[in-house]
Design a protein around this ligand. Sequence first.
Ligand code: FNR
Length: 363
Amino acid sequence: IMTGEPVNVNEFRELARQALPKMYYDFYTGGAEDQCTLKENEEAFRRIIIQPRILRNVRCIDLSTTVLGYNISMPVMIAPTSLQKLANPEGEIATARAASACNTIMVLSTSSTYSLEEVAACCDAIRFFQLYVYKRRDISAKLVQRAENNGYKAIVLTVDSPRLGRREADVKNKLVVPLLKNLEGLLPTKFVSDEKGSGLAALASGTLDASFCWEDITWLKSITNLPILIKGVLTREDAIKALEVGVDGMIVSNHGGRQLDYSPATISVLEEVVDAVGGKVPVLVDGGIRRGTDIFKALALGAQAVLVGRAVVYGLAAKGEKGVNRVLEMLKEELELTMALSGCCSVKEISRSHVRTKHDQQL
Ligand code: FNR
């Protein structure tokens, strides 16, 4: 039993569980099939050991960094998560305001419950737009145009979802999908439900374009001037391909364990991708980040920044905008303490030698 204010992300998760109907909590927290990847995303962090340096002057710690040239207060961004109104009526608006207050970047999902225009108008947060590609290619093109017109600074193309992963909790609960505001009038999205299972799965199978492939990145580049990040890279081979087609950055992600079960924990393949990329474009990572130490480990293994999905949603569900704010502040405070105790005054000082993984000789 938890009493008093939550002191970490896991306690926010518990508050979210208490606050939400089971159908929605299960949707946010769950993963695909056996949820092996979901669990591994967190477990793999636990196997990485931090190697601190002593007797550095760590009186002042600078957490700031840049992503695609944008200055942010810490190397933590908000991952795109769909259907935020199910967590709190203010949904993506609350999240954007918290991003703005914390001076970080929010990635808005295509499948949001406020429109990209509404989110743009609500505050001055730096925003990227996450894109799904639909069979109706013109719809995706329109979304990109609208994002560009409304001041979104980059397109985050999600590439791990030619089809939706099988999330069995949503099947059992017969998840009902609320109105996807960005797609209003474009796709039949109103309250999609399916008496045989997940409304989201039904919607996705009717609309997602499973034929989208490497050559089509050229198409995407032809319709926008915005930088393009691809989200869902997990191998060296694909990192090299991504460089070849000319992406502006990549996100090592397995969609929070919601797509292909038994795909690797993201932190376990981050270094492979970072090595393949060789500093040519920024590499970001998401999946399983619940602590400042997790962020520290990701930076040590070469990530420019991390993104957090569920942690933010738990904050939103528990306490709305204030909750998202608190979660971001907690992660910031935890990272700052980790850096101080490890002898790092700035994110640049966090190096590969600050962590030990199973690949390292010492073990
Ligand atoms: C997601 N994720 C996601 N990704 C994406 O590209 N578009 C989307 O609409 C969504 N929606 C979504 C909903 C929910 C409820 C979750 C939990 C996740 C994946 C997300 O961007 C990110 O990759 C993971 O959430 C990262 O893992 P953690 O931080 O949740 O462990």
